[in-house]
Design a protein around this ligand. Sequence first.
Ligand SMILES: C[S@@+](CC[C@H](N)C(=O)[O-])C[C@H]1O[C@@H](n2cnc3c(N)ncnc32)[C@H](O)[C@@H]1O
Length: 428
Amino acid sequence: MSHDHQSAPFSGQDSPSRQAASAVDPHGAPRQNAGAVEAGDTRPQTASAATGLPLPDDDSRAHSTRVAAHLRTRIDAGGGWLSFADFMADALYAPGLGYYAAGSRKFAADGDFVTAPELTPLFGATLAGPVGRVLRETGSLEVLEFGAGTGALAEALLEALADQGLEVRYSILEVSADLRERQQTRLARFGERVRWLDALPRGFVGCAVANEVLDAMPVHLVRRSEDGTLQERGVVREGDAFAWEDRPAAPALAAMAEDRLPPLPGYLSEINLQAEAFVQGVGTWLAHGALLLIDYGFPRHEYYHPQRAEGTLMCHLRHVAHADALAWPGIQDITAHVDFTAMADAALEGELDVLGYTAQGRYLLNAGLSGHLQALQARDATAYARSLNAVQKLVSEAEMGELFKVLAVGKGLDEMPGFEIGDRLDRL
Ligand SMILES: C[S@@+](CC[C@H](N)C(=O)[O-])C[C@H]1O[C@@H](n2cnc3c(N)ncnc32)[C@H](O)[C@@H]1O
């Protein structure tokens, strides 16, 4: 995601001394201190003047009030406590209510954030290189995208693959009915070449992609308490407001947290069980080919770095990144960075090969981004000039080029293009 807020960039993740103490915004904006907006804040009712958050319009506030009411019933139904993972799942995906399920603008200059495919079609055009090579190696014309957002990546990939002579069939698996409709409108001109799936395919042969999907999956919050026990953080009601409450973590979650979190009292972080299950499950439907996972995140030793003591949870509201995940349910995005070691381990457990891991900037350059840019310059000087900024954002270490990573997992492939220089598999 990309934001208007510019500040201390996060780069050099391999040097702990340069690491930020808490999460960094995928585009460089630091998390704002959530201290003032913690437990019991009746955000939908009290607006954000005191917190510095943008004040949503009347319709958005009314919508958030409805989502908050829904979440209160979930908390009541759960006996007064709802795991944060369940809270986040409904705040983002409850049908007709959740942030991704209810028609807010989200990805746009006037939305909450901008993703790489929204910045420039050159992102998709460049990915089409490795995707095309996987298709040729597998002898398939099948592309599958998870969480296609507005359909921008699908559009760019379909066009660029057609330029390579590959008239692919493009399948989309999208959990949000609202986004599915937007994708259908945008991609209508491709006719029956694009289809939407209601379930995972079986025996898929070809290439799959997921850009910024893992970070949008609900996470469990885990905290090492002052006495060393592992707690799960959940949400309770204080009247109509929401507040945090920690409870002893269930044994399986506690065991995972024990393995991953440093032995520091008060250390808070996330475990993305859904993303791990998703990646492990790829082994059940992918018969031959690859899945490219593109997202912001780190290897485990950076993710659970002692200095990252408040985890990576982050919210986006009208291009402001902040840390109050209980504020404005349903109208703000909630996201966590990705532990790529966990994803690689999950892939191995799913009997997949882990084919490559590197930073987005490196990957795009390996995959031929410069050539696409030069070709555009020769073809259309105005479009070229417009693209320069976006390309800079995609590859610059100070913007998306380093924080975002590409992890490729797959089955039965002899080679996985895009990792020729700077593969970092050994750091996972
Ligand atoms: C941050 S948006 C990214 C959208 C798009 N890929 C882009 O880069 O602009 C996250 C997307 O993932 C979708 N999503 C979340 N969980 C999903 C899942 N389990 N399966 C498929 N899509 C999912 C959301 O509905 C949304 O479309």
